[in-house]
Design a protein around this ligand. Sequence first.
Ligand code: C2E
Ligand code: CA
Ligand code: CA
Ligand code: CA
Length: 272
Amino acid sequence: RAKEQGKNNYVVYKSIKSEGLNQLTLENSLRKALQNNEFELHYQPQMNIKTGQIFGAEALLRWNHPKIGYIPPNVFIPVAEELGLIVSIGEWVVEEACRELAKWRQSLPELRVAVNLSARQFLKQNLVARIYEIMQKTNTPAHCLELEITESMTMDVEHASEIIGQLKSLGVKVSIDDFGTGYSNLYYLKKFSVDSLKIDQSFIRDIVVDDNDADIVATIIAMADRLGIGVIAEGVETEEQLNFLIQHGCDSAQGYFFYRPLPAEEFRAVLR
Ligand code: C2E
Ligand code: CA
Ligand code: CA
Ligand code: CA
């Protein structure tokens, strides 16, 4: 997958170059992208694998550049982080996801939306206040909003547990993304009182053929269960992977086997 991602990024870089966009002009167009309305969110359904029902979606950011077309987040988010633009982009993401959620909730009031936070955003002083303002403005019930953070953001245990504690007292859900790829310690997860963890797709990919990966995933599911933490498997692409997860008691999953990330209208059509 890393190879495939690398190839995709290469294709994008090549087209960025052929448009005469060097790093500097890429940065300049990224600075203007927000006010020019060039960002959009796609939504990947999250499935309850016991019932087969959609319980929510993860919002994934897309930059629709007027000349280049879609630029994937792995290409522009690191640049946006570096330029400090990620905080305002990230706030737009939360607000846009909440506005979209309000539409879904007209027919399905218990649906949830999950949003990725960047490291900078997570460490920003006013994060909790901004999230609260956005929830008020968009009329979002806290339990319908989930924030995804990564293990690397929890290195400073004291600080992370304070922020997570504040988010929890707002009532929003917090999940640990890409679980297993970073500094992992299930004990801290319990201490942080996160609601769920998302098993990284690099572990899911080979669960059916690699005994080690199978053992790791089965163990994560069992331990999370003991600790009362939910588990979402990421990157499920085959029925065999899904069957393994069901057999081992995993609650939920997302991946191409069910749906790719969909533009907002298409996700709404799936819900109907
Ligand atoms: P992530 O949060 O781990 O998101 C999962 C990625 O895996 C998404 O890539 C998704 O399209 C892809 N994916 C989903 N199902 C499958 C599958 O079955 N197989 C495979 N091979 N891939 C699958 P995407 O959309 O390109 O996003 C890449 C990363 O960019 C995300 O990884 C996340 O770290 C970051 N990102 C996306 N949106 C945002 C955002 O709004 N804010 C921040 N800070 N980061 C974001
Ligand atoms: Ca994520
Ligand atoms: Ca992930
Ligand atoms: Ca990832």
